[in-house]
Each structure stands twice: as structure tokens, then as C-alpha cells.
Design a protein around this ligand. Sequence first.
Ligand code: TYD
Ligand code: MG
Length: 454
Amino acid sequence: MAKVKTTFFCQNCGTSYAKWQGQCSACKEWNTIAEELVQKDDKKSWNSNTTNAKNKKAPKPQKVADINQVEELRMNSSDNEFNRVLGGGVVPGSVTLLGGEPGIGKSTLLLQIALKLPYKTLYVSGEESAQQIKMRAERINPRSENCYILTETKTQNIFKQIEATEPDILVIDSIQTLHTDYIESSAGSISQIRECTSELIKFAKETATPVILIGHITKDGNIAGPKILEHMVDTVLQFEGDRNHVYRILRALKNRFGSTSELGIYEMLGNGLREVSNPSEILISKNDEDLSGTAIAATLEGMRPLMIEIQALVSTAVYGTPQRSTTGYNAKRLNMLLAVLEKRAGFRLGAKDVFLNITGGISVDDTAIDLGVIAAILSSNEDISIEKDVCFAAEVGLAGEIRPVQRVDQRIMEAEKLGFAKIFVSKHNKITVKKPQIQVKLVARIEDVVDELF
Ligand code: TYD
Ligand code: MG
């Protein structure tokens, strides 16, 4: 009988050890090392000789100038937001990993793309039955001729079906459910995930078929499995959002074929995810009443300008210690801005409760919304509403000075496009927009804004 080979893997970072130890020397976590059965065979399940692999010869070094560029570099996924995040479409032979919390809509997103694709797509699910996927497809787009569903978890069988179907794109839902014959440990273990991924990568590179993997995330928000999983794949996407809200954001954490600053926005509806091409319009409420405590700020999500609504509520503290609570905004930054207001602008907010909320369930960490936050707080404190066509794009410093922000032109243009009449920006910002229709109000200190508004 063959000797059973075992290896110890850190379940946190994926480092392997020959014997057990209490602490992982790589990531310094305690009690994360577990034994896994590993039985490696020389022959791999994806055998390039038996398939239509495109390059069978061993590669030789080539001059960059001599390498032929492949003509069609991107496959259009017919989903504009997905294309944008990937940098213009799916690259043939690339491996993309999509991570996100359970129930956020990863399966929905990829099934929807698979149903829309003009290419032959194989959607492999190890999580749901064909009936369940059919039910979901019924809600999204039941009339797709190109999408094949396979419920299978063993990579060897998947490759067999791939040889029979010859898909143009492969989707795996999810990498944690796959297992290969050559490793004995259970599905979802570090060694299984690593091995299955490397088999799929080999398949993708040899046949120039793009592979999209769904990955579960751990409770700290990292993709479950070895850290090297993220190094192995070409692109890592993250699907995020508040499950109780309808908006979902798709962003690239790593992209070998494009920038990581692009982002896609979706809305979860009863019939799947809808692309949101103009997010600012939905994030700003359209009520006509004049409400105190709201201000609109121009922020940037990735490369996209986005107008967001900030709501503040300032009230006298009922209990001894005043409360400060934020949703979608950094609480420390709020405390800092309140201290600036107190010390530099003379507002007595020390004994007041302050609640701050970014509407739409999105969270923003762009410092360019500082002035908007301050305006919302002062508006609530004074109980004077800010005109509906006024918005803000500036950072506030500790001395109460209004500081410039990056890409101010883009923010001004977005505000103008959405019909705002006035935008407050720092005096020190260099503005190159020629004759904007919107009034650009240059301010240097918080007092300038207060004089203007209240
Ligand atoms: P799902 O794609 O199963 O999440 P994941 O694969 O990331 O775990 O998404 C599940 C949620 O999406 C579920 O709670 C229901 C909701 N949903 C809709 O609101 N509309 C739809 O058309 C579909 C298919 C799902
Ligand atoms: Mg799922």
C-alpha cells in the first residue's frame, strides 16, 4: 500500500510545514496549523496532449518586439459594469477570482453574465442543483442558447465535460467546493483549493479559455483559502455592499490587465442585478421638502465621480456622555471634524449627540467629503436647510482650513451634469474647467462657508 503523505498547512495563510507547530512562522497566528492528506500524482488531470491545447511546444525566450500580438484581446461580456472593472472585457486565458460575502449576489452576477454572453459558456456549480439554477435563470433571462449548466465538484469530471462541450468561457461556483483526485484532503481545504486552482489555471493558459472562479470569504473579509490563491490568479474582484440595501459595488483588488481604480455599480432587483450607469442620480433623494441636516458632496469611487447625500442629526445629549455614531463614514474622522468645529469655528458641539449617515448604504472614505459632512452637521445644528442645488468638494484640515482635493475638475463636471448651481471647493485647488456653468465658490476657511450658508 502506498504510504499516505500528509502535510501541515496554516489555515490562515496557506504556508505548509513538515510537522505541526503551535504558531505559524509566516503569519504569526496561533493554532491555525492543521494536518491535511496530500497524495500527489505525476500525471495531472488537465492533460495538454489529449486536448486542443494551442501551444504544445516548450517555450523559448523571444524578443518583446517579435512576440505577435493576439488580435482580439478582450471578450465583450455584454455587461458594461463588468467590462469596465475588468478593464474592457474578459481576457482570453485569464483566471478571475470573484469574492464576496454569502448572499451578496456572486452567483447571480455570474449566472446573469453567463446567460447574456454571446459565447458558449459552461457554468459549473458545486453549490446548487440544476433545478435551483434553472429557477434563478428563469428570473433573470430564461432564453439563453449558449449557457450550459453542470453540477459537478470533481475537477477530473469537469475537464472531461469541458472536452466534450468545448466552452468559450468557464465559470466555477465555487472554488471551495471543488476537489481533485490527487489530493486526499476534503474539499475547501488549503491543499485542495490550491491544487484545483492550479489545474484550472493550467487549463486556462493552455486553451486560452477565460475562467471565472467564485470564492468564499472568511469572517475577516479575506478570500478563504491560501493567500497565494490571490497571487495565482490574474484578477481578483470583490463584490460588496450592504445585504439590506439594493446597491452592490464590484471592484478590482488586483488586475493584471487593467487598472484597479475602476468600479461597477449594480442594483439588486427581483429579476437579477441591474447595471447602474449613473449612480449619482439614485444616491441623491429627490424630495422637494427643505430638510435641515442634509448636504451633497462630490466624491470619487475609483475613477468615477459620485454625488452622495450626507445626513446629520445634532441633538442635545439625553444621557451624560454625548453619542457619536456614523454609518458609512469613519467615526474617528467625524470626531476630528467635530473638534475642528468646536475649536476653530466656535461651535459648541461638545454636549451634543451627533449622528451621521451616508445614504444609499454605501461607505465613503474620501476626505473630499469633509466639507459636506461639516455642512450637514452645521445645518442640523442651526436647523437651517442648505439649498438643494448646492454641493461640496473639499477636505478640512485640523486648523480649520479648507484644503484642495484631487481631480476637482471631474467632481465639478459631475455636479454640473446633475444640475447643481453651486459647488464649494478650496481656494487652493487649481481648476482647469473652462467657463463652467455651475458657480464654483472658492473658500479658504470654515467661516467663509458658514457666512455664505447660514
Ligand atoms: P446569490 O447570488 O445566491 O449570492 P451568493 O452567491 O453571493 O451567495 O444571491 C442571493 C441573494 O440575491 C438572495 O438573497 C436573493 C437575491 N436575489 C434577488 O434579489 N433577485 C434575484 O433576481 C436573484 C436571483 C437573487
Ligand atoms: Mg452562491
